[in-house]
Design a protein around this ligand. Structure first.
Ligand code: E4P
Length: 220
């Protein structure tokens, strides 16, 4: 399973990329606004930090302008993935960009029917938003299960399931059990994944006992 970080905060991206566990980054207009930086500058900087796919979202809603924006974003760096919304014009843009060899991430997916359309449009990634479904009293993980099951029936579909709107490590664990290809998570969720109180307790006990031996591995 690949791990993407869902943020436009370059300090966070640098910090987490140093773990060696970050395979890509996703941004969206809200995250760009939160960064307070110029969109094109921040995307270019992220592309230089993480060599994997970096999602940058178009801002237009009509095909012609989305395509033009997609072309401009794709020129920023080799690893830019153009993100388009799951609308008829978005999927038309997806089809055009994909056939030119540009990676496309179709975002704002809330149904299996929409995911089928994105795969047919040649998307590299489909982004089902699990947290936002949970927020309205639905179960986001059912959507991941359905999309994974459907895509497995059609080996010709090359679209990867990119679990988005992740709120906690259980979303990651459940997605991994279902065979989702990628999860994009806020930095705090990746940090939470390292944590277990028994790891902390066990390490403290091992270190205390090791100290009693008076030994040093490097100087022994
Ligand atoms: C995905 O690419 C989106 O940027 C993101 O996961 C949205 O998450 P949110 O529902 O926490 O805003």
């Amino acid at each position: 399973m690949k791990f993407f970080i869902d943020t436009a905060d370059v300090a966070e991206i640098r910090d987490l990329a140093a773990t060696g566990l970050v395979d890509g980054v996703t941004t969206n207009p809200s995250l760009i606004a939160k960064s307070g930086r110029k969109f094109l500058d921040v995307v270019q900087e992220i592309c230089s930090i993480v060599p994997g796919p970096i999602s940058a979202e178009v801002a237009a809603t009509d095909y012609k302008t989305m395509l033009a924006e997609g072309h401009k974003l794709a020129k920023l760096a080799k690893n830019v993935t153009v993100k388009v919304p799951l609308t008829p014009d978005g999927l038309k843009t997806c089809k055009a960009l994909s056939s030119e060899g540009t990676m496309v991430n179709v975002t704002l997916c809330f149904s299996a029917a929409q995911a089928i359309l994105a795969a047919k449009a040649g998307a590299s990634f489909i982004s089902p938003f699990v947290g936002r479904l949970d927020d309205i009293g639905s179960d986001g993980m059912i959507l991941i299960r359905d999309i994974c099951a459907i895509y497995k029936q059609y080996p010709a579909f090359k679209t990867e399931v990119l679990v988005a709107s992740v709120r906690h490590p259980i979303h990651i664990v459940e997605s991994a059990k279902m065979g989702a290809h990628v999860a994009t998570m806020p930095p705090n969720v990746l940090r939470q994944m390292f944590q277990h109180p028994l790891t902390d307790k066990g390490l403290a006990a091992f270190l205390a006992d090791w100290k009693k031996t008076g030994q040093s591995i490097l100087e022994g």
